[in-house]
Design a protein around this ligand. Structure first.
Ligand code: VNL
Length: 391
């Protein structure tokens, strides 16, 4: 009967959360709390590490006051388990009376929590998860990361323009992988190419041997890959071990695979790999140079796209609180919508209609710069909206 009990508890918690929102529990006192839930342990721990470091950098640089209130950040570890994320979110809303929820390392964790945001009218800032549908799961969801459709279309165009005719796609078998597979194939087909085989690997379990054998047998011009942040190094190692880097099959991917967090581990096999994404630590702007320098001075590692979304997510919450004069709920949500600012990634806008980030998407190639590997941007698509929401 454990399930029944936990269901009743969950319903009671949601009712308590709704009651709290109606009373504006966050409005009492001169402190507002931000509840951040991240995978600090488990297979996606690198995402938690990056976002946590970026949040700390934001607070160190901008202080702990916003909208006339003292800001307190509470970070909780969900180890990448959706039931844990949802429980932690309930506790943060009901017990800590947080003004905003933030983090969310993987799509299932964000989707499990969205009903709590809706019930309690708590803005929920997605700093990592990237399945397009997440912003539709609750009117209180706002995203500072990206969507896979957004990151994928430009790469399909690049492939078609660069004599690639036959592609095999390989994605992780869940939300963002489905989006990447679908949007790549649709666009590449419009461009005159063919996706001859669509392969998938499970989210848990990094044995790529079976799918890599299929890629070799299919002999495409290129292999298009999406894997979530943290799996790129294991994949690239096996790609090289099986000699695929010397097989004439070109590797193209979303930037999640040649992640700045793992590029040094991946090593020279990454050289020449073309990807598309919204952030590279090598992005050439003053704002990014300052961000990367400060981040590296505070940490022993390079910021990746997760760090930037965490940093921008904090900026968005601070801007929202300034606009709402420290209030939460609908006033804070309204204060976040339509914000325009310069991120280390480039200019961004939070679309007031979709609550989705609009941003430049870059085509990049892995090159050695001053002895280190970087995703060097060579082409830009300006102000890309999530294509899944463009009617
Ligand atoms: C997701 C998408 C996660 C892209 C990722 O890394 C990523 C997700 C942890 O939506 O689950 O790179």
């Amino acid at each position: 009967m454990r399930t029944t009990t936990s269901r009743i508890t969950r319903r009671a918690m949601l009712a308590a959360a709704a009651a709290l929102a109606a009373g504006g529990a966050w409005a009492q006192g001169d402190t507002v709390k931000i509840g951040v839930i991240l995978p600090m342990t488990g297979p996606s721990a690198s995402t938690g590490k990056q976002i946590d470091a970026a949040i700390k950098l934001w607070v160190a640089q901008n202080g702990n006051k916003a909208g006339g209130k003292k800001v307190e950040v509470i970070v909780k570890d969900d180890a990448g388990v959706a039931d844990t994320t949802r429980r932690l979110a309930q506790e943060l809303v009901v017990n800590e009376k947080v003004v905003a929820l933030a983090g969310f390392g993987l799509t299932p964790l964000a989707l499990a929590t969205a009903p709590i945001a809706t019930q309690s009218k708590t803005p929920m800032v997605i700093m990592a998860a990237a399945t397009s549908s997440i912003t539709e799961a609750s009117p209180y969801v706002v995203r500072t990361s990206f969507t896979l459709p957004q990151a994928t279309l430009g790469l399909a165009d690049w492939a078609a323009k660069n004599k690639i005719r036959k592609v095999v796609s390989l994605v992780t078998d869940y939300g963002p992988g489905n989006d990447a597979e679908k949007y790549f194939a649709e666009r590449f087909t419009l461009d005159g190419g063919t996706v001859i085989e669509k392969l998938r690997t499970p989210l848990r379990g990094a044995d790529f041997a079976p799918v890599l054998q299929k890629v070799r047998d299919a002999q495409p011009d290129a292999l298009f890959v999406f894997l979530p942040s943290g799996q790129g190094a294991a994949f690239m190692k096996q790609f090289a071990e099986r000699g695929l880097d010397k097989s004439g099959i070109k590797l193209i991917a979303t930037g999640d695979v040649t992640d700045d967090d793992q590029l040094a581990d991946i090593g020279d096999v990454a050289l020449g790999v073309v990807t598309s994404h919204h952030y590279s630590a090598a992005h050439n702007s003053l704002a990014n140079k300052k961000f990367v320098e400060a981040f590296q001075a505070a940490n022993k590692f390079r910021p990746n796209f997760m760090a930037v979304a965490g940093y921008d997510g904090m900026r968005l919450i601070y801007m929202g609180l300034a606009n709402s004069k420290g209030a939460g709920g609908d006033a804070l949500l309204a204060g976040m919508k339509g914000q325009v600012f310069e991120s280390p990634r480039g200019p961004v806008l939070i679309d007031a209609q979709t609550r989705e980030i609009v941003q430049d998407i870059y085509t990049r190639k892995v090159e050695r710069v001053n002895g280190q590997l970087y995703n060097v941007e060579f082409d830009t698509q300006k102000a890309v909206k999530d294509p899944a929401k463009v009617k």
